[in-house]
Design a protein around this ligand. Structure first.
Ligand SMILES: C[S@@+](CC[C@H](N)C(=O)[O-])C[C@H]1O[C@@H](n2cnc3c(N)ncnc32)[C@H](O)[C@@H]1O
Length: 208
């Protein structure tokens, strides 16, 4: 673990983890469903899935926007996005665009209606990544972020679980007390709730 997100460490982490990632996330799938329900993708909208990983959110996002909408996945790990590409190809989606790049430098020239940051702690701790990501959204766009967080300090067993999960999935513990802080600083006030005994947050906001 380092003081700031470490890209090389993250790429290595997800190179090793890509093959088992979908299985490991099974426990968290209800949170994904809740997050996407809050994001509420609508027919014909454009939605960006930042740090889309293996594309586990793509089916629900694609179902929301329909065949006339557009889903964009931005992901820095070639090993993870390769699986997302296979998922999209197997379903013959023509309106799912997958971009292999860090969120802070990804090139996409549109303005999306909504953005999902599902378990993307490292990304959210990079102010330049948040700024670049928010620049891809139209005014009024909806934003939902989720991920691990420290539970209250007295919840030692929960926080032991957060620590073990964090070691496997992120490269910095910085910001785990309020992981959406930078997003909120750039976006404006967000509404947040907790899940899984406060080990996970869902934060919701809107670009003004
Ligand atoms: C825990 S996984 C979550 C994947 C996916 N969002 C999901 O819901 O299953 C975190 C993902 O964020 C990606 N990531 C981390 N930092 C990133 C950045 N700066 N830009 C783009 N992707 C990033 C990692 O490569 C990894 O695939």
């Amino acid at each position: 673990m380092s003081a700031q997100p470490d890209r090389d460490a993250a790429l290595e982490q997800y190179r090793r983890r890509a093959g088992v990632y979908d299985l490991e996330l099974a426990l968290f799938e209800p949170i994904r469903r809740d997050a996407i329900a809050l994001l509420a993708p609508q027919r014909s909208e454009t939605v960006i899935d930042f740090g889309c990983g293996t594309g586990l959110s793509l089916p629900l996002l694609r179902a929301g926007v329909g065949a006339a909408g557009h889903v964009v996945g931005i992901e820095q790990s070639p090993d993870m996005i390769e699986r997302a590409r296979r998922r999209a190809a197997s379903r013959r989606w023509r309106n799912v665009e997958l971009i292999c790049a860090p969120a802070e430098t990804a090139r996409w020239h549109g303005k999306a209606d909504a953005a999902l940051f599902h378990f993307t702690h490292d990304l959210l701790q990079r102010p330049e990544a948040v700024a670049h990501a928010l620049g891809m959204l139209r005014p009024g766009a909806r934003v939902v972020a989720t991920g691990l967080r420290w539970a209250p300090h007295w919840a030692l067993a929960v926080n032991a679980g957060v620590y073990l999960a964090a070691r496997r999935s992120i490269t910095t513990l910085a910001g785990l007390d309020r992981p959406w802080r930078e997003l909120e600083r750039q976006l404006g006030p967000m509404h947040s709730t907790s899940r899984l005994m406060a080990a996970v947050y869902i934060a919701q906001g809107q670009r003004h």
